[in-house]
Design a protein around this ligand. Structure first.
Ligand SMILES: [Zn+2]
Length: 204
C-alpha cells in the first residue's frame, strides 16, 4: 500500500512583499523665485542715488494702482471711470475714483477731498490719474480737476491717456497744468489698460 501521504500542504506562505518602493517623497522644491513684493514704500524706480536728487517714484507702479482703483468706479453711461492716487515721499496719501462718494465726483477730486487743502505734503506730491484731469466739466458748480490740482500746489501729474472728445470738445488739462509750471508726464504704454474700463463709451 502506498502510503497516502497527504501532501504536506503547508498553507502557502504568502510572500510578504515589502513594498518595492516606499511612496516617493515629494521633493520639496523651493520656489525658484518668489515674486518680488512691492509695497508702497518700494514704489521707487530702482536707481542708484548717492545723496543726489530724490529718486524718481516708480510711475508705472503707481499708475497701475490708479488703474486698479478705476475699476471700482460704478459704471455710468455718460462718464469715464478714472482712478487717482496721490503720492508723497514714496507713500500713498489719498486715493479716489469716479463716483466714489457721489454720482458726480471725479477721481482726482475725490482723492483731494480726503485731505486738508493746506496739507503740506501736497506741495511735493505726485498725482497719478488714469485720465487727463478735466479742464471743463458738466457740473458747473464744481471746479474742474485741473483747477483743483493748481490750487493744491501739486507739482507733478502723471497720466496714462488724454481725454478724448467724448464729452468735452477739447480738454486742455495737460496744457493748462504745464502753463502753470506743473510737470506733466504721460505713460502711453499704460493707456490701453487705463481705457479698458471705458470701452462701453465712444472713445474716438
Ligand atoms: Zn475732473
Amino acid at each position: 500500500m502506498r502510503s497516502l501521504r497527504t501532501p504536506a500542504s503547508a498553507p502557502a506562505m504568502r510572500s510578504l512583499r515589502t513594498p518595492a518602493s516606499a511612496p516617493a517623497m515629494r521633493s520639496l522644491r523651493t520656489p525658484a523665485s518668489a515674486p518680488a513684493m512691492r509695497g508702497p514704500r518700494m514704489g521707487y524706480a530702482r536707481q542708484r542715488h548717492s545723496g543726489g536728487p530724490v529718486p524718481e517714484p516708480d510711475h508705472h507702479y503707481w499708475m497701475n494702482r490708479a488703474i486698479e482703483l478705476s475699476r471700482r468706479s460704478p459704471r455710468a453711461p455718460g462718464a469715464f471711470s478714472v482712478g487717482a492716487v496721490l503720492v508723497a515721499d514714496g507713500a500713498e496719501i489719498a486715493i479716489g475714483y469716479s463716483r466714489e462718494t457721489d454720482p458726480k465726483v471725479h477721481a482726482e477730486e475725490s482723492a483731494l477731498d480726503k485731505l486738508d487743502p493746506h496739507d503740506p505734503r501736497l506741495r511735493q506730491a505726485t498725482l497719478y490719474s488714469t485720465l487727463e484731469p478735466c479742464s471743463e466739466r458738466a457740473t458747473k458748480t464744481r471746479l474742474p480737476c485741473t483747477d483743483r490740482v493748481l490750487a493744491a500746489g501739486i507739482p507733478v501729474v502723471v497720466i496714462a491717456w488724454r481725454e478724448p472728445s467724448t464729452f468735452v470738445e477739447n480738454c486742455v488739462g495737460v496744457e493748462k497744468l504745464r502753463e502753470h509750471g506743473v510737470r506733466v508726464l504721460e505713460l502711453p504704454d499704460l493707456a490701453e489698460a487705463a481705457m479698458a474700463v471705458n470701452r462701453h463709451l465712444d472713445l474716438s
